[in-house]
Design a protein around this ligand. Structure first.
Ligand code: GAL
Length: 440
């Protein structure tokens, strides 16, 4: 499809996206708001467990500067914004809801609505109130009930302003990093615990889906699911293929298959969860990279060395492989599995110098476009992230922002990639010029 547009002479849109496509960015409360001093991450940071003993501190001060940040979103010509609600602000103490915190999020939502920006609201993005973690976190089954009580409170308070809800961000990545790899609080290192947490989160999602729909039947409910391409190191080795398939099964399939079939079929736990069946109105996908798995990398992975790539592979500052075709593979695969509209809830790159981000963006979007042309129903793309922020266990060094943030002055600065993204969103597609400039 070819479209002409006026800005800057005549640019031909070579890769046009469907009308009404959502263009946006994504953030998460703890990474941007600042002063989230009542959750398990704050405790973890103040115990000196983040790289170079960094703490999230004031982060991007998004809590107070959201209007300024929403101005930037408008300048990006975006019509969507994904952010998360901080449970530890809403329920600082068990059972006591803070109405002023809810009001604050209401104000944010009103501001987005005034600007015609569709909010995508995440209800759980990695952090837990301290009282939850002290009671055993997601290994304690009561957490499911506490979470549901919080969901009911938030959704009934904000139902008139939100259509798109994400119940849980990356239950698979959360369970892996927090309970198997020991990288995130509470630093568990047990396959059994990890599987238990995925199981509890599937139950929590299943029940939350119903609660949200009971409150507002028009809601669109999903999770944001991290999918990694997991290829065998040596495709000719049966062992490597088996290992890749095993990890893929737990990481990429277990949670989602439970929502498709109503049956949780993991190692250690096999159980019917009928109420979790058919609980996706759309599928949120977070895609970043590929890992290679096999005998060798299994041992490396056990030492948290996840990214052992062959020579010559192009990588981000985080050392993750830049693999645009993987994006196509992921959406095609999950479309076949889920048969529900897909919204990309995260995709982006850690690239402090911004020398790779524009290319990353364009090449990934072209792969997405390829899938759309082949009939995959993709409704939106939310880039991670609007601005540099607190990148969990790696602190502030990993920079995923379209906007650069000076954490001393809180100044936000346009990166070249932000200008490119703005142009793409404005044109609802990618011009031949952009493709030529960045991909050839
Ligand atoms: C995702 C996570 C985000 C962000 C991103 C970049 O897994 O949901 O919070 O940290 O990775 O690493």
């Amino acid at each position: 499809m070819i479209k002409w547009e006026e800005k800057g002479g005549i640019a031909m849109v070579k890769y046009a996206f469907p009308e009404g496509f959502f263009w946006g960015t994504a953030t998460a409360s703890h990474q941007v708001e600042g002063d989230n001093n009542n959750n398990d991450w704050w405790e973890f940071e103040t115990q000196g467990r983040v790289k170079d003993k960094q703490i999230s501190g004031k982060a991007c001060e998004h809590w107070n500067r959201y209007e300024e940040d929403f101005d930037l979103i408008e300048k990006l010509h975006n019509n969507a914004y994904r952010f998360s609600i901080e449970w530890s602000r809403i329920e600082r103490e068990k059972g006591k809801f803070d109405e002023s915190a809810i009001e604050h999020y209401r104000d944010m939502l009103l501001s987005l609505r005034r600007r015609n920006i569709e909010p995508f609201v995440t209800l759980h993005h990695f952090t837990n109130p301290l009282w939850i973690s002290r009671e055993g976190g997601w290994l304690n089954e009561d957490t499911i009930l506490y979470y549901l009580r919080y969901v009911e409170k938030v959704v009934s308070s904000l139902k008139d302003l939100v259509t798109y809800w994400t119940t849980i961000n990356e239950p698979n990545a959360y369970a892996f990093t927090s309970y198997l790899l020991g990288m995130f609080p509470p630093q568990g290192k047990s396959l059994k615990k990890m599987v238990k947490v995925i199981n509890s989160m599937a139950k929590a999602h299943g029940k939350a889906y119903k609660i949200i729909h009971d409150i507002n039947p028009n809601s669109q409910v999903s999770i944001a699911y991290n999918v990694m391409i997991m290829d065998p190191v040596n495709p000719n080795s049966v062992i490597d293929r088996k290992i890749a398939n095993f990890v893929d099964g737990i990481y990429n399939r277990l949670f989602i298959e439970t929502l498709i079939t109503g049956r949780f079929s993991g190692p250690f736990i096999k159980e019917d969860i009928p109420y979790a069946k058919d609980t996706l109105d759309y599928l949120g996908i977070n895609y970043y990279t590929r890992i290679y798995l096999g005998l060798k990398t299994l041992f490396l992975a056990l030492q948290n060395k996840l990214y052992d790539y062959p020579e010559g592979v192009e990588r981000s500052d985080f050392n993750w492989e830049i693999y645009p075709e993987g994006f196509y593979r992921v959406v095609k695969r999950f479309w076949e599995m889920v048969k529900k509209p897909i919204i990309i809830t995260e995709n982006g790159i850690s690239d402090a110098k911004d020398t790779k981000r524009s290319k990353y963006l364009i090449s990934h979007l072209i792969q997405l476009h390829r899938a759309i042309e082949e009939g995959v129903d993709i409704r939106g793309y939310l880039h991670w992230s609007l601005m540099d922020n607190f990148e969990w266990a790696d602190g502030f060094q990993q920079k995923f922002g379209l906007f650069e943030v000076n954490f001393q002055t809180q100044e936000r600065k346009w990166r070249e990639s932000a200008r490119i993204y703005s142009e793409i969103a404005k044109n609802n597609g990618i011009s031949e010029e952009l493709e030529k400039k960045y991909l050839s």
